[in-house]
Design a protein around this ligand. Structure first.
Ligand SMILES: [Fe+2]
Ligand SMILES: [Fe+2]
Length: 262
């Protein structure tokens, strides 16, 4: 039977597939950590209250990278190079979504518009992260190590998403509403195409490792294209709405530097 749970099971049970899966995840998290760390240091004076929250956001992403790497090492594996076509963060950056890495490396203070760009990018990508972690959480139930790690990450991603809603609503109330709406829409529409392409690439690499027959690979690819068709035809709206979250000030606490689950 071809189910999402079976597919995850196949990946979790195979060292090489699990190694690639965790390496891709760890690399994406670490890049998110790097971006947020840079942005936290470049927050303009008018948004100074955000700096600590962005630093916390970055520290969480770095922690997630370490958690995925720890999962690998527990199995006696080492991280492997991430194929370029599976690199979600770099592909978004290459498509001009979010703040360009070259801009962040210039170490020049950001403008308020830059902060809006960062938050819109995060609103969309954190929704993706939150949904992916919830899916992983559902399907890793009988594997305690993975389930514990994913629970920690999933909770953080929900916090990140709540924080993005709250901060974007604050900036919208301060007069940035129109720019925010336009930027969220452009970001979401670009992201969902990249997400589809990255998902197809990840599936192709994993399918190669796991020796999936062509009909099976074709069914999975069709599933990914089906999700994209749904998102393209209106599902994207869930990624751009703004609602005051139940969890307020979700990133208001201190930076937690250590991966506490390990
Ligand atoms: Fe993360
Ligand atoms: Fe996140």
């Amino acid at each position: 039977m071809l189910s999402v749970r079976t597919i995850y099971g196949e990946i979790f049970d195979n060292d090489e597939a699990f190694g690639l899966f965790c390496s891709i995840a760890a690399s994406g998290e670490a890049q998110g950590g790097w971006e947020n760390g840079k942005i936290a240091a470049l927050v303009p004076g008018s948004q100074a209250g955000l700096a600590a929250k962005i630093a916390r956001h970055g520290a969480d992403e770095d922690k997630h990278g370490r958690i995925f790497t720890a999962l690998l090492r527990k199995r006696g594996l080492e991280p492997v190079p991430v194929p370029a076509d599976t690199d979600y963060t770099m592909r978004l950056e290459a498509a001009g979504i979010g703040l360009a890495h070259a801009r962040l490396r210039r170490e020049q203070e950001l403008t308020e518009a830059g902060i809006v760009t960062y938050l819109a990018h995060s609103r969309v990508t954190e929704q993706r992260a939150s949904e992916q972690m919830r899916a992983l959480r559902r399907h890793a139930g009988d594997r305690p190590d993975i389930a514990r790690a994913v629970r920690v990450i999933s909770n953080d991603e929900d916090n990140h998403l709540a924080y993005c809603h709250e901060e974007l609503l604050r900036l919208a109330a301060a007069g940035h509403g129109e720019v925010i709406r336009a930027m969220l829409r452009a970001t979401a529409l670009a992201e969902l195409a990249i997400y589809r392409d990255v998902s197809l690439a990840v599936m192709a690499h994993l399918g190669g490792i796991l020796g999936w027959p062509r009909p099976k690979a074709a069914v999975l690819a069709a599933g990914i294209r089906g999700v994209h068709a749904y998102e393209r035809s209106g599902g994207w709206r869930r990624m751009v709405s703004l609602r005051m979250p139940a969890r307020r000030n979700a990133l208001g606490g201190p930076v937690r530097a250590q991966a506490s689950h390990a």
